[in-house]
Design a protein around this ligand. Structure first.
Ligand SMILES: C[S@@+](CC[C@H](N)C(=O)[O-])C[C@H]1O[C@@H](n2cnc3c(N)ncnc32)[C@H](O)[C@@H]1O
Length: 236
């Protein structure tokens, strides 16, 4: 794999990473979400500061392995998994402010101490403030499908970004990806299979992990008759 491993001081290393994977929605914030951002944000949101790469033991106050979830949406899977699997710390990265507020409120409601939030573009955050080989896993659930062919270049799972994710995993760390969009699943299976440094734990698609709760996107998909495709790859 090419040397894209250092935490960079600025700019995108790979031209393939330059196109944003999201369009910022202007979703309205509820009063509860606003309060959560104001009052809980200072405790649970980590500022994005390229001068200060993330020091996980300092941030979480322990040495537990850290799982990064990209695009947690409203954070339902994030807090439920953090509660089910307390032996891990969770770094949730999301650009959508109402979702950040919603997850902050859930952290408080359920008394969770093992979640922190980066309210920022995950690609830039991983490039600039997350050290190589510092994460034990990625959770990527129902990422924006960008269904039109001319928009496929916006998909999160594309070569330059997958190389970046791989470089941030420790050996043995995992990448757990779920989508209900069949052509995205097939393309991602093929992409991950040919990425240096990754190995499929299963023959092709993975079984559902029992600890992954159903989110809005999944129930919407199953109501529309679409099933989900799961992938579980590990860093060699
Ligand atoms: C289709 S939603 C899925 C949300 C959630 N994972 C679920 O299963 O309900 C995708 C989310 O990814 C977020 N997202 C997309 N690209 C992102 C990026 N580069 N950094 C952070 N969040 C991103 C979007 O804002 C959106 O909330």
């Amino acid at each position: 794999m090419e040397d894209n491993s250092a935490v960079k001081a600025g700019g995108s290393e790979s031209p393939d990473r330059g196109i944003r994977t999201y369009v910022l929605r202007t979703g309205r914030m509820t009063e509860g979400q606003k309060r959560a951002v104001d009052e809980l944000g200072p405790r649970f949101c980590i500022p994005f500061n390229p001068e200060r790469p993330l020091d996980f033991p300092e941030i979480f106050g322990n040495e537990r392995p850290v799982i990064c979830e990209i695009g947690f949406g409203m954070g339902l899977a994030t807090w439920r998994i953090a509660r089910e699997r307390p032996d891990y710390n969770y770094l949730g990265i999301e650009v959508h402010t109402p979702g950040v507020g919603k997850l902050l409120a859930a952290i408080e409601e359920h008394g969770l101490s093992n979640i922190r939030i980066l309210h920022h573009d995950a690609v830039e955050a991983l490039e600039r403030v997350v050290a190589p080989a510092s994460l034990s896993g990625f959770h990527i659930f129902y990422p924006d499908p960008w269904p039109k062919k001319r928009h496929h270049k916006r998909r999160l799972m594309r070569p330059g970004i997958v190389e970046l994710l791989t470089s941030r995993l420790k050996p043995g760390g995992y990448l757990y990806f779920v989508t209900d969009i069949e052509d995205y699943a097939d393309a991602t299976l093929e992409l991950l299979a040919r990425t240096a440094g990754l190995r499929n734990r299963y023959e092709a698609y993975a079984p559902r992990q029992t600890w992954r709760p159903e989110t809005k996107f999944e129930s919407r998909a199953s109501n529309a008759g679409r099933s989900s495709f799961e992938l579980w790859f590990e860093r060699t």
